[in-house]
Design a protein around this ligand. Sequence first.
Ligand SMILES: Nc1ncnc2c1ncn2[C@@H]1O[C@H](COP(=O)(O)OP(=O)(O)O)[C@@H](O)[C@H]1O
Ligand SMILES: [Mg+2]
Length: 327
Amino acid sequence: MLEFIRALKQQGLTILLIEHKLSLVMQLSDRVIVMDDGRKIAEGRPEDVRDDPLCDRGIPGTQAMWSGGSRLEIRDQRLGTAPNSLTPTSHLLSLQGIDTFYGPLQVHFGVSLHVSSGEIVCLLGGNASGKSTTVKVILGLVKPRAGRVMFNSQPIGGLPTPEIIRRGIGAVLESRRIFPDMTVRENLLMGAYTRRDRDEVQRDYERMLALFPRLRQRLHQRGGVLSGGEQQMLAMARALMGRPKLLCMDEPTMGLSPLFVDRVLELIGRINQQGVTVFMVEQNANLALQIAHRGYVLQNGHIVLEGAAGELLGSPAVRDAYLGGGR
Ligand SMILES: Nc1ncnc2c1ncn2[C@@H]1O[C@H](COP(=O)(O)OP(=O)(O)O)[C@@H](O)[C@H]1O
Ligand SMILES: [Mg+2]
């Protein structure tokens, strides 16, 4: 992208770029304008803006923004501790020897993994390694050609997606997929569509607004007008409205600003502490491993590495798996 935008600029195109990937901003821009919470807080050449005292003056979050996020403190609390009070006893979810194809293209090669009750497990891997397809297999959106998917001690492979969700898997799919023309409130209630316990639904609705206070301010706006980070929170809250045993998330931090990345990861940790098991797919290994208990690395459809988050964090083997050869 960097090269591409540079080439456009060289051809004489004037560019207004809205971006929170700071490496990109710093390398490309002649001038930078920084906004925070609806206000312009700094403006100037990239190097001046980066050193602007405003960005250090305790304006909420700006520092984290400039340092590229990752002021997560959850990590120390979590690493090496048992996954919350529900000690993992059995595998809540397992994939056994999964082979998946799209027509002639084989995407999974004997993929096996498991998630125990109470855990946060992340599936890491570079572009096109088959991560999203794994989520689709779990949800029954893609049927594998071989292998088994077990959930709660029952085979769920071959079941229709609504039935899989009814059995207790909540889904936050790629690029969030909220209902853009429904209000935030309606989106939330849709998450409880199959539930009949109205009083409990109302209670969960209030719980979600307490957990995601930002949504409360937006209740009667259309989901489609929310920012990316807010939509991510809405998608998570909507999934939780179904009271899942397992929350399955595809790249929950993709496209979010560093601040929202931290916030979303923190929330995943909180949700897990409240008893929800989490399986998350992430491209950003170091961030995901800060909140996860265990991780797997997928490379071209093969699980090439697995281990405790603490072992994988910063491990050269993980980096090699990312850089390793293409198809
Ligand atoms: N519906 C589809 N039809 C054909 N090929 C697909 C389809 N979905 C994904 N693929 C291909 O399968 C591979 C794995 O995709 P995906 O699981 O989305 O990877 P990841 O999420 O790890 O980036 C990619 O090469 C992608 O192009
Ligand atoms: Mg993907």
